[in-house]
Design a protein around this ligand. Structure first.
Ligand code: SD4
Length: 334
């Protein structure tokens, strides 16, 4: 449920087919820049920080990093940051990535433990190494060498205890339930038309140790094409990764689709190909394009996302896609 009257008005107006003040999903001849779009209502605080950074003269990368840091630091958030959901061994392993449209640069960290700001680690991988992705202990070591804030973790004992328990009980991986996941994916269109974005999550609660989700995988949890636009994902990462979904959304925009249509089209295409029922895919996308247009879509009833410009910062409801929209044989050829 929207937590403030303003959010309620914003989500209601979209649900009723009206347009939120100053924001629209239709063509924007005079793009409103900067534009910040992120996943979920909790993204709004990150968007607001990103806008503050830009207003003070920060870069689009600064806006992405500092914006996402707000959610990573929120101790009430159980899906992002070190207060996020632990894996099956009781250890929080986080995934994050960042991408900079100009120069098509990317950096990411996966299954990193005890680092307060994985998004900052991802940025440093991009800016200070010749690599795109670091994982596990190596990623943690690198982040600490870079002077990033960390907490002590001695996960080896926890992992060992879990291994023993698993061997004795043949423990299954915990089924994923609503509420044990969520990612912040945050996209920024700067005043100069350049684009940057990032993702951060603790991923699937109860996942196998070492599991990596879609969020740190470029093209899955996030993708930016500076000539076109950006897309980010949240939901069941396995179902995003198997389809390179963020890349797909951006590619649809490259073919001329509005960001909202591109998100919907990706869900339709994935639903047709995938043996899972649309609702069970549990995938959601946000997108923006170079023209300053934005949109989102999710499976089932859709999901809420946050949109911020200089004139307003609101939480909106995305459209949803269900099996009925796809048809028994994937009849909808969207
Ligand atoms: C993952 N996609 O690790 C992330 C988590 C998420 O809503 O976004 N859940 O699978």
């Amino acid at each position: 449920m929207p937590s403030t009257r303003r959010q309620f008005l914003a989500t209601s107006s979209i649900a009723l087919g009206a347009t939120a003040p100053g924001l629209c999903t239709s063509d924007a001849p005079n793009p409103t820049r900067p534009l910040i779009v992120s996943t979920w209502p909790f993204g709004k605080a990150s968007n607001d920080e990103a806008l503050r950074v830009l207003t003070k003269g920060g870069s689009i990368l600064d806006a992405v990093e500092h914006g996402i840091k707000v959610t990573e630091l929120d101790t009430k958030n159980r899906s992002v940051g070190i207060s996020g959901s632990p894996n099956a061994a009781g250890v929080v392993q986080q995934d994050a990535c960042i991408m900079h449209g100009p120069g098509h640069q990317a950096g990411s960290v996966a299954a990193i433990e005890g680092i307060i700001h994985p998004i900052s680690a991802a940025r440093r991988v991009m800016e200070k190494t010749p690599h795109v992705m670091l994982v596990g202990d190596g990623a943690r070591m690198f982040a600490i060498e870079e002077g990033l804030k960390s907490i002590d973790v001695d996960s080896s004992k926890l992992h060992e205890a879990w291994r023993k328990e698993r061997a004795s009980k043949k423990q299954a991986v915990q089924k994923r339930s609503k509420g044990d996941h969520d990612t912040i994916a945050l996209l920024v269109l700067g005043s100069d038309g350049n684009i940057a974005g990032g993702c951060s999550t603790s991923g699937w609660g109860g996942k196998l140790p070492g599991r990596v989700g879609d969020s740190p995988i470029i093209g899955s949890g996030l993708y930016i094409d500076n000539e076109v636009g950006a897309a980010g994902a949240t939901g069941l990462g396995e179902n995003v990764m198997r389809h390179c979904a963020s890349f797909m959304v951006v590619d649809f925009m490259r073919q001329g689709l509005h960001p909202q249509e591109a998100c919907l089209r990706a869900i339709h295409r994935i639903s047709r190909i995938d043996p899972l029922a649309t609702e069970d895919l549990a995938i959601n996308f946000v997108a923006l394009d170079k023209k300053g247009r934005y949109g989102a879509a999710g499976t089932g009833t859709g999901f809420k996302y946050s949109v911020t410009t200089k004139s307003s910062s609101v939480v909106l409801q995305s459209p949803g896609v269900t099996s009925k929209d796809i048809g028994p044989e994937g009849g909808n050829r969207k």
